[in-house]
Design a protein around this ligand. Sequence first.
Ligand code: ADP
Ligand code: MG
Length: 339
Amino acid sequence: MSTLLEVTDLSVAYDTPNGPVTAVDHVNLAVAPGEFLGIVGESGCGKSTLLFAIAQLLRAPARTTGGSVVFRGQDMVTMSARALAPTRWRNLSVVMQSAMNALNPVARLSAQFADTMQAHGVRDKAAIRERSEQVLELVGIDRAHLASYPHQLSGGMRQRAMIAMALLFTPELVIMDEPTSALDVVAQRSLMLQIKELQQQLGFAVLFVTHDMSLVSHFSDRLMVMYAGEVVEFGSTRQVFDHPAHPYSQGLLDAFPSIRGERKALVGIPGTPPSLSALPPGCRFEPRCPVSFAECATTRPPLYDVDGVLSRCLLHDPAYSSHATTPTTSREGDDVDRT
Ligand SMILES: Nc1ncnc2c1ncn2[C@@H]1O[C@H](COP(=O)(O)OP(=O)(O)O)[C@@H](O)[C@H]1O
Ligand SMILES: [Mg+2]
């Protein structure tokens, strides 16, 4: 597998009055060209911080405390802002959660697209116009809307316009932070389908963050599950979805049973993630885990390789395997439909 993005031992801390708080803790991941990687976890697990750290968009009080982010063979962590500027947008672009915050409310789309292109050295007005129309139509918005202001578009159209902007330079990697979460279920589904279609058509890789594991499971090649700043499970979507190897992944799947099913509360996992400044000494999920045993409270689990899937759970340690009382139910009945 060739690698487009390789994140090694990446850690990020927020400086607080009570000292630094680690929000991303030694994360490793690699993305191949054209691959769709889904990153899931509840709110507060460090997903946005991880994406910002990868895109080199962290601002104080956050800072990268260790590790590397090698994109197209270059470590972006040690690159100067000046050296980074051409890479961002051209090779790697970011779509944020809320287009309303990312788009300028008092500028027409045409002006915002032109600003982005001019900032990256495109001066020719006709070329800017042509490319702006192209990307807008790529995401299914009529070119006439280049003259529109953000508030004249629906929520779904604004998110599409953001994605159009991210595609101005046909990047190799598009990083998306919950781009559909402000939309209703129908608009969410249709935007996901469109993102997948564009990805297949244009061939870019996607790093897609969401708290809804079922939503992304229909589109991702691999899934990474984060809990309290750490990777707790990582593997092919099919395997993670059919046989979650970590009790937290199992709980997330139970929380969002199916894209067609009804939403339930997080039935499998009552409670909330721990505060990052007061982490449990053993497994971070232990206080909420339905299948924990005594050692879980004191032993920090490493990532175990379970048939090619990584899982941070002591149940996979041969020393404790007697505790495994088949806690996980198979989800083979649910289909992960792929387009
Ligand atoms: N400005 C901040 N100052 C201090 N801590 C922060 C700040 N922003 C986020 N954090 C910490 O980082 C954790 C992860 O946040 P975030 O990356 O936004 O999670 P997610 O995107 O998964 O919801 C939070 O739980 C919080 O402890
Ligand atoms: Mg977030």
